[in-house]
Design a binder for this molecule. Structure first.
Ligand SMILES: Cc1cc2nc3c(=O)[nH]c(=O)nc-3n(C[C@H](O)[C@H](O)[C@H](O)COP(=O)(O)OP(=O)(O)OC[C@H]3O[C@@H](n4cnc5c(N)ncnc54)[C@H](O)[C@@H]3O)c2cc1C
Length: 472
C-alpha cells in the first residue's frame, strides 16, 4: 500500500488547505467539483476527484448513441478538461475508512507497480459512485445478457444488433436466423424503453439495405414485471407508450419476468420461449458496492443514509448525493420518502452539496435540498417520444422535440451542446449511419491475421485430394 503524493505541501507558515476528496466522476462528482472549483477561494481547499473513467457519461444520451444519432465521444465529458484546477485520479475507490479519513484506490498503474493500491487521505469526503445494474439470480443472465448503463454497452449493443442482421442475412440456417433477429429487453423504465425504441427504429431503417431482411422478420420483445412501463411519465403516457410500441409490432409483455436465458433461450414466466442472441437487462439499479466497503451508515437498500443538507447522517465531514444517497424528499406529502435515483435530482443535489460544503468550511449555515419532481422526457426512436413536464403531457413528434431541447439544455458544457446540435443537424440532412464497427473491440485481429495467427472467419475445410490422374 502506498500513500498518494498528497497536498499538504504548502509553504511553511501558510494554514493547511482542506483536502476534499470526491469519489465518482458522474453527474454528482462532476457538478460538485465544477461548483467547488468556481466557489472556493484560492488556497482555501484542494479538490481531488477519483473516477473509474476519465469522463462523465451523460446517460440520457446513451439510447441516441446506440441508434447512431450522436457519436460516442459527444456523450461523454472529459473530466481533465472541465476540472482544470482539480487533481484527477483515474482509479477505483475500493474501500473508504472514514474514521481514518482514508480512501483506498486502485489505479491502472498500481497493478504494474506491484505496490498495492494508493491510500488517499482527506479532510472532507464527497461519496458519489452512483449505482450499478440490479441483477437477479436468473440462470444464464451473467453469461449472455448485457446492461445499458455505460457508453461501452450502448455502442457495443449497436454493433451487436447490426452484426446480428449481418449474420441473419448470410446464414442458411433458419433457427440461427430467427435467433439472430430476436431481441429481448428486460425492464420497462426509461433506460430499457428508450434503448429498445431507438435500436428498433435504427434496425428497421437499416433493414432497407439488406436484400433478404424485412422489418417484420425481426422480433423485438419488452418484458416488464409490473403492469405498466415508464412510470417516470405517469400512467396515461405509460399506457400510450405500450400502445405505440405494440403498433410498431414490438411484443410488450407486462406482468412477466425473465426466468432463464440459458443456452441462448429466453424463457419467460408466461411460458414463452425465445431463442435469441440478445438479452438486454435494464431491470433497475442498486447502489454501488463500494458503499458496503465503507464505515458509513446505509439503508436497508444499501444507499447512504443522508440528511436533507446532503451530509451523511450522524457522521462529520462526509457528504453524498445522487443514486448512491438516500436523501429525504422534503417536498413529498408522505414522510420518509427518498429522492428517486435520477439525473434530475443528482444535478440539483450536487449544487446544494457543493454550496453547503463551502459554507461549512466558512462556518456559515447550510441549506436543505428541496426539489419537486418536474416530470420526465423519453425518446422512442427518431421523431417519436413521450414527455411529462410541469404537468404538461406531450406525445409523438412534439414530445421528441421537447426531449431533444431538454437534454441539449442539460448536457454539460457549451462545447458538448454545440457538437451534439451539429450532429443532429447533419443527421437531418444525410442518411443514417448503419455500419457496425464491432471490430474496433479487437484492434489486433487484423495484425494477428497478417502474422499468421488466427482467422477472421472460420477457416475453410481442407481441400479434397485431387484425382490421381491429374497429378502429372
Ligand atoms: C440509459 C439511461 C438513461 C437515463 N435517462 C435519464 C433521464 O432521461 N432522466 C433522468 O433524470 N435520469 C436518467 N438516467 C439516470 C441518471 O443517469 C442517473 O440517475 C445519474 O447518472 C446518477 O448520477 P450519479 O452521479 O449518482 O451517478 P453516475 O452518473 O452513474 O456517476 C457515478 C460515477 O462514479 C464512478 N464510480 C463508480 N464506482 C467508483 C469507484 N469505486 N471509484 C471511483 N469511481 C467510481 C462511475 O464510473 C461513474 O463515473 C438514465 C440512466 C440510464 C442508465
Amino acid at each position: 500500500m502506498v500513500k498518494a503524493a498528497n497536498s499538504r505541501g504548502e509553504a511553511p507558515g501558510t494554514p493547511p488547505r482542506t483536502r476534499i476528496l470526491v469519489v465518482g466522476g458522474g453527474y454528482v462528482g462532476l457538478y460538485t467539483a465544477l461548483r467547488l472549483q468556481r466557489k472556493l477561494r484560492a488556497g482555501e481547499a484542494e479538490v481531488t476527484v477519483v473516477s473509474a473513467e476519465p469522463y462523465m457519461t451523460y446517460q440520457p444520451f446513451l439510447p441516441e448513441a446506440a441508434a447512431g444519432s450522436i457519436s460516442p465521444r459527444h456523450v461523454v465529458v472529459p473530466l481533465r478538461r472541465v476540472l482544470g484546477t482539480c487533481r484527477i485520479v483515474i482509479g477505483e475507490a475500493q474501500r473508504i475508512d472514514h474514521a481514518k479519513r482514508t480512501a483506498t484506490v486502485a489505479t491502472l498503474a498500481t497493478e504494474d507497480e506491484g505496490t498495492g493500491p494508493l491510500e488517499i487521505e482527506y479532510d472532507e469526503l464527497v461519496l458519489a459512485p452512483g449505482s450499478v445494474s440490479r441483477t437477479l439470480p436468473v440462470p444464464g443472465l451473467a453469461d449472455y445478457a448485457i446492461g445499458f448503463k455505460t457508453v461501452e454497452e450502448a455502442i457495443g449493443l449497436r454493433n451487436h444488433v447490426i452484426e446480428q442482421m449481418d449474420i441473419a442475412s448470410s446464414t442458411r440456417d433458419h433457427a440461427l436466423r430467427d435467433a439472430a433477429l430476436t431481441f429481448v429487453f428486460v425492464g420497462g423504465g426509461y433506460a430499457g424503453v428508450e434503448a429498445l425504441g431507438e435500436l428498433e427504429d435504427m434496425a428497421r431503417y437499416a433493414a432497407r439495405y439488406y436484400h433478404n431482411i424485412k422489418p417484420e422478420d425481426m422480433k423485438w420483445v419488452l418484458v416488464e414485471a409490473s403492469d405498466h412501463i415508464l412510470p417516470e411519465v405517469g400512467p396515461e403516457l405509460g399506457v400510450y407508450t405500450v400502445r405505440e410500441l405494440r403498433r410498431r409490432n414490438i411484443d410488450v409483455r407486462l406482468e412477466t419476468r425473465l426466468d432463464s436465458c440459458e443456452n441462448r433461450i429466453a424463457v419467460l414466466s408466461d411460458g414463452a420461449r425465445f431463442p435469441t442472441r440478445t438479452v438486454v437487462w435494464t431491470a433497475g439499479v442498486k447502489p454501488h458496492p463500494v458503499l458496503a466497503a465503507s464505515d458509513l451508515p446505509r439503508t436497508e437498500r444499501g444507499r447512504l443514509v443522508c440528511t436533507a443538507f446532503l451530509t451523511v447522517d450522524g457522521v462529520e465531514h462526509a457528504w453524498a448525493a445522487g443514486d448512491a444517497a438516500a436523501v429525504p424528499d422534503i417536498t413529498a406529502e408522505e414522510p420518509g420518502r427518498e429522492c428517486a435515483p435520477n439525473a434530475q435530482h443528482a444535478v440539483r443535489q450536487a449544487k446544494v452539496l457543493a454550496d453547503n460544503l463551502v459554507a461549512s468550511l466558512r462556518g456559515e449555515p447550510l441549506t436543505e435540498y428541496a426539489h419537486k419532481y418536474v416530470g420526465s422526457v423519453a425518446s422512442l426512436g427518431l421523431h417519436k417520444g413521450v414527455a411529462l413536464l410541469y404537468g404538461r403531457k406531450l406525445k409523438a413528434y412534439p414530445a421528441w422535440l421537447m426531449h431533444r431541447a431538454y437534454h441539449l439544455s442539460r448536457v454539460p458544457t457549451f462545447n458538448r451542446k454545440m457538437r451534439v446540435l451539429a450532429e443532429w443537424t447533419l443527421s437531418g440532412l444525410f442518411k443514417r449511419e448503419i455500419v457496425s464497427l464491432g471490430s474496433l473491440e479487437h484492434p489486433r485481429a487484423e495484425f494477428e491475421l497478417a502474422a499468421g495467427h488466427g482467422h477472421k472467419f472460420p477457416p475453410p475445410p481442407p481441400a479434397p485430394n485431387p484425382p490421381k490422374d491429374s497429378q502429372g
